[in-house]
Each structure stands twice: as structure tokens, then as C-alpha cells.
Design a protein around this ligand. Sequence first.
Ligand code: UN1
Length: 497
Amino acid sequence: MAHSDILAAALLTDADLKGGTLEVHSPIDGALVGSVPTHSAGDVEAMIATAKAAFDAWKLVPGPRRGELIRLFGEELRAAKDELGALVTLECGKILQEGLGEVQEMIDICDLAVGQSRQLFGLTIASERPGHSMRETWHPLGVTGVITAFNFPVAPFAWNFALAIVCGDPVIWKPSEKTPLSAIATARIFAKAIERFGDAPEGLLQVAIGGGEIGEVLTTSKDVPLISATGSTRMGRIVGPKVAERFGKTVLELGGNNAMIVAPSADLENAVRAIVFSAVGTCGQRCTSLRRLIVHADVRDELVERLKGVYAKLPIGDPLAKGTLVGPLIDADALSGMEKALDQARAEGGTVTGGGKAQGVAGGHYVHPAIVEMPGQTDIVRHETFAPILYVMTYTTLDEAIALQNDVPQGLSSCIFSTDVRETETFLSAAGSDCGIANVNIGPSGAEIGGAFGGEKETGGGRESGSDAWKAYMRRQTNTVNYSRALPLAQGIKFEI
Ligand code: UN1
């Protein structure tokens, strides 16, 4: 498929692609696919004003009617799945199957949000006073700023957007500077839903394109009560304090350093499949990518041998081509990051199999995924390198394995392969994994949208997507109603006047 066909099919016009200052290169071959206009700080201030006015109208629209807009968005996404999936692949380099999977995540969260739009309910609470009732209500919060990363150009946006809209909040979206086209195309698709919907206020979705300077306008504005940001821990350290300084709310989904424990009873066939998908999928550039394999001494040699066999035959190359499993890294910086990490791993006693540049499409940064056998959990293993590097460590007791799993600064995703219920339940208990996601007999990546997604420690603590993550987009109000003729005070206090 030619780049130009993909861009045209995704509703992008020459006006979108030419004459701007932000150059977008495809990681597939390094080709320039567009130069997109960027927004100034003043533009983003104007967007905030528009979104604020939209909020005043949208918050009064009944939740289920707001859900109707997301139902239509889901329909439009279904119709555009192939085109948007291909654009995601063109812009971030993940294989087409994963590009399509990402759009499917958008569709799935729309479905969830439509149902949620009829369930924005709170609790009723027993009052200690006679003739009183207590309850909790949830109201729209306000303008939501969504900051997303290159590796998932559209799905995390949708997790936030679909819920924010049904909760009554307009969204200003700052996509990664590396993937603005997927954002522009998504906004076009949403515009179709708006058209069918009829009477939505202007400004429910605005895309702000640019770098840190426009992010700063969002993070420092008191008119943006919630910032939901996906990206590196470095980014989170900038965004978090800025929003906290003005007492805004954040949902942070930052770095991961995800591990799998493989116990002696594990189904090794399934473990191999899960390891390879999680460690080399998206060329190791998922926040949920498998980076650490903690394998029992009894099965270590067999497992590592089998993995090396699969790694040696991985189809690496054009992510749009059928059969490819490993596409390119995003850019030259990612390649040098991988090379530096492997050098450091060697210096720390690691034995590297794979790694290095691979044959791919000219102009792209293609690599051989690496398996690195480490003598222990050294500094580099504790660091998240956004590349397909799998560190292997050995354990003998489950306690030791869990201690290794938890002894990193990040806390996103984790898993155990074992058929021993004592082990699996221990792993999921308070004595087990300290991550936001803990799985049994599946890998750490590829989560469904129905669960809350996010993690602890340097992962930032935020939760997006399913479960009760919708609550972040609303403000909670506690109501106490006195329907009696008296005025008793709580805690039995007497205050007679
Ligand atoms: C990310 O890498 O930021 O669980 C998101 C997964 C995907 C989402 C990853 N559903 O791997």
C-alpha cells in the first residue's frame, strides 16, 4: 500500500499535510509523509475558552444522550477501522494487526462508554440522623486535557475521550508530535459522528498539535481541571507537579518494566507464545511490553533455548506487509537507546543474543529483538528501555521471584505462568505482585479495555479505561437531605440558641 493511498483513505487532505512546520516521517522508511501546522500557546488558550463554553452546554445534556454521540463515534470507527489502522501503522510503525487492534480498542471503549452513560450512579448512604438521607452524586468535571504518546497514537486517547464525553467533559487532545496525523484523522471521524448527532456544542474535541510549550498551557490552566497523560516517567515528573500546583487532577499512565515469572509447572508452549508477543510486539515499545523474564532454574534452559529458536526466525520488516511480526523502532534515538542499553547490559555481566540492526525497508530503524541473560537484576534491568530487549533472570523460590518482580521503580504490569494454584494465588495476593495489572497464564501486554488500566510507583498511579475509571472524569458530591421537622446535628452535638 502506498503511503499516499493510506493518507487519502484516512481522510487527510493536502491542506492537512502540507505547509506546516512539524514534519512527520514514517518510521517504516523514514519518508516525509506530511508537514503539519502546529498550534501556538495562544491557539491553545482559545481552545480552552471554546471547550469551557462547550462544557457549560454539554454538562446539561442527559448522560444517555451524551452516550448516543459516543455510540455514533463507535459506528464511524467501525466503518473506518481498516483505514485508521493502516494510518496508525504508517505513522508509528507497529504491524498492521496491531494497528487494527488499536482501533478495535477504540471501538470497544466506545461500547463500554455507551453503557456507562446510563450508569453514572453513586451510592445511597445510611444517615446517622432520623429523617435524613444521604447520597453521592456524580457531576461533569470540566475540560479534560489528554496527552498521548507515539506508541499508541489513538487507543489511550479513546479510553479517555469516550468516558470524558459521556461524563460531560469536552476534551483537548495533545497527541505525540510523532503521530499527529492519526489524531487529525480521528478528529475527522468524530466530526462525522457529530454531524449525525445534530445538536452538539462546538468544541467537544479539539486537537492541539505541538510540543511541550502547548502541553504547558494545558497543564497550568485552572480551566482544565483534569489532565490525563500517557508517556514516559520523565514526562510525568513535569506534568504531575504542574497540575498539582494548581490543585488540578491527574491520571498518569507512565513507564512500565513488566515481568513474567515462569514456574516449573508452567505450560511452556503457551509461555513461549505469550513471551514473544509481549516482548517483541510493537517492537518492544508498549508501556506493557515484557522486559524481564524471571524463570525457575528447573525450566530455564529449556525455555531460553525455545525462545532463542523463535527469535532467530522472527519475520522483521515492513509492518504493512502480511506476515511481518516485528516492525521498525520509531526513530534513530530509539535505536541508539537500545544499543546503549545492550552495551550497559554487557558491561553488567549480561550475555546478549540478537540485538543489532536488521534488514528492513531502507530508511527505517529495524532491529533484531534481543534476549539478554543477566547474572541478576542490575541497574539496566531496572531501567525501562523502549525497545525489544528481554532480560532473563533465574530464581529458585517463589518468594525470591516475587521480590525480583517488585524490586524495580515501575509498577504497571506483571504475570505468572504456573498451573499451581498456591503459586498463582500468592502472586495475586497482598504478598505478591505490586503492579496495577497482575495476570495468570497470559502475558503482561494486550489488556482488554474492561479493566482499569494503569499502575503504581513510577507508573504514576492513574487508572484509565474500564471498571470505575469513569469517576476520574466527574466530580463527586455528597448530599445530606433533612426531610424531618427537627434539626439534629451530627455526632450528637448540642448547640442550642
Ligand atoms: C500503552 O502502551 O501505552 O495492554 C498502552 C496493552 C494495550 C495498551 C497499551 N491494551 O498492551
